[in-house]
Write a protein of this length. Sequence first.
Length: 236
Amino acid sequence: MVKDYVRHALERSSLFVGAPEPAIKMALEAASLRTFPIESEIFREDDLGEAVYLIVEGRVKVSRANLEGRERIFTILAPPEILGEMALISSVNRSATAYCLDNVTTLVIYRDELKGILDRHPHVLWNLARILAKRLGDMNREVEMLSFSSTQSCVAYAMQGMYLRGAFKTGKDGLPTLEFTHQDLANRTGNSRETITRVLKDLEKDGIIKTRPGIISLLKPHALEAVIYGLRETDE
């Protein structure tokens, strides 16, 4: 049962999706299941990067502290994303902290075992290249958004990214819902809490989101795209 669970997790992971059977077999031998309780850390900034984590269940917040000690939230990852590949490949210390927003289950593959898989199976290597290319593209787009767009566009972009990455869960009311404070969103976008509060009130007035203390629900996820590009849908 455990082996079947691990195989299924590998096959749906962004790193091994579409991989040939020999690659899956190597990964089955190399991967180990590891669970982390909610509000625990998978690794901390400056830790040694010795393993890559394939997220099987749960959500992980990736962040780091700036020079003033303020948290900067980079992203929230959910299955089938992978975590920690940059430090593993570049042989440098972790550049961020990975914090569990839920009880998290991962598959762990250590550096030497992963290198062996990549050396023998170009398909997995190409998967990794696609993952890195997408993250670089996302990073470039985010820099552009933060540099040239309005605060409202930046906030909408941040929420859309988290929504598409599976950070939002379905609430009791059936809406995509995220436990995220105004300060969390400020830390995600690099704005002040007061500015975020004002922007969220505007988005709520427009009927795009609904907020409660520490919670954001999306009423119209599709409308975020219009906000990002400074458009307004006239017929909702």
